[in-house]
Design a binder for this molecule. Structure first.
Ligand code: UT7
Length: 360
């Protein structure tokens, strides 16, 4: 080390240079093989197929296989998105997984996914429930433009079946499993509009994991050292689910979503510098068909604009719902590449995020 006196306060940093704009390069999805119709759910909750269809729009949901993990589903969706984007995993600068159902507090699912994809890029999870994917798109946009990554993989994934109490009338029929993913990268023109996001933490109790991890003492013994984190955990004896369940005060969340989320969507349109007539698609969180219809009405969405209604066959997959709905609309050629889509996520926290994106 040099003993030469060094003048203080003269060091200068170099700022990372990002891209001028960012866009979504490709979207992918993964739906577990097993289709579970309402008829398989109704008996335990004294309900009916008609009631569930009428009140939520859900006809069936996909449920992951017992050994299928959040990381497995993420990998399938990520590979699909990378293929759609024409990007190699080695080009990724960061991987974000939005999920609330990776059953380990630590490590996050994202580094395990990175390893599976053969990448050593920055990798972390975000916990923003049903808004997680739209939160992730906002962060990825800023990262690409800020220069911290050239390409970012954003995954929304849930294995909600592990966290569902199938005896709870208010939630047993709502949730499904799946994964959606998007690759965000540089662009010559704006491809992701300003995000309108926020939280309403005063209402945190309306959707919540019912027991904290610290009060869930049903393990038969300590987990084996070096347990394989990317494999499904063994079932806990005595109960028919392995982890705490998620509970929901359905009506309160319903009201909040119906009255609170249309103005957020409207702001995202205004901040993007467009009008509602400029939209080529509306891709809201797939929470309830009646919430989707109420938002359409409040936004005065023109009747010819395609609306995501993936909930009928996929149910509510939380963080996976917006990318899965996007993937379906793209695959079925319902929305034009290069067109504008308004997407909005909202859920536990309560938290929300909306932005207008250019369809890849
Ligand atoms: O993804 C995060 C955000 N989540 C959401 O946005 C979900 C928002 N909430 C909802 O989607 C709806 O509240 C549900 C679909 C969960 C429930 O629909 P609802 O119209 O709010 O039902 P409710 O709780 O007001 O119940 C209406 C009636 C009641 O009977 P009475 O008192 O009118 O005689 C309930 O006892 O339906 C009864 N009921 C059921 N009947 C058959 C409640 N649950 C069921 C059931 N099957 N599963």
């Amino acid at each position: 080390m040099s003993n030469r006196p060094r003048p203080k306060g003269t060091g200068k940093l170099v700022q990372a240079d990002g891209a001028r704009h960012a866009r979504i390069w490709g979207v992918g999805g993964y739906r577990p093989e097993r289709v579970v119709p309402n008829s398989e759910i109704v008996e335990r909750i004294d309900s009916s197929d008609e009631w569930i269809r009428e009140r939520s729009g859900i006809v069936s949901r996909r449920i992951a296989a017992p050994g299928e993990t959040v990381v497995d589903m993420s990998e399938a969706a990520a590979r699909d998105a990378l293929r759609a984007a024409g990007i190699d995993a080695s080009q990724l600068g960061a991987i974000m997984i939005a999920t609330v159902t990776h059953p380990y507090q630590t490590p996050a699912a994202a580094p395990i996914l990175a390893n599976r994809l053969g990448s050593t890029c920055a990798a972390f999870d975000i916990s923003a429930a049903c808004a997680g994917y739209c939160y992730g798109i906002s962060l990825a946009n800023d990262m690409v433009r800020g220069g911290s990554a050239e390409y970012v993989l954003v995954v929304g994934v849930e294995k909600l079946s592990d966290f569902t109490d199938y005896d709870d009338r208010g939630s047993a029929f709502i949730f499904g499993d799946g994964a959606g993913a998007a690759v965000v990268g540089p662009s010559d023109s704006p491809g992701i509009g300003p995000t309108i996001w926020g939280s309403d933490g005063e209402k945190w109790q309306t959707i919540s994991q019912r027991e904290p991890w610290t009060q869930f003492h049903t393990w038969d013994g300590p987990a084996p050292a070096g347990a394989a984190i990317d494999q499904a955990p063994a079932a806990v004896s005595g109960i028919d689910r392995d982890w705490p369940a998620i509970g929901m005060a359905g009506q309160s969340v319903f009201r909040w979503a119906v009255w609170g989320m249309a103005p957020v969507a409207q702001q995202a349109i205004e901040k993007a510098g467009i009008t509602i007539d400029d939209l080529d698609a509306f891709i809201p969180h797939q929470a309830n068909m009646r919430i989707i219809d109420a938002m359409i009405k409040q936004l005065k969405l023109p009747a010819d604009i395609p609306v995501a209604r993936d909930i009928a066959e996929t149910a509510n997959t939380s963080a996976a719902s917006v990318p899965l709905a996007t993937e379906r609309m793209l695959r079925q050629h319902e929305i034009p590449s290069g067109g504008l889509a308004l997407q909005i996520g909202f859920g536990a926290g309560l938290v929300y995020a909306a932005q207008v994106i250019v369809i890849p």
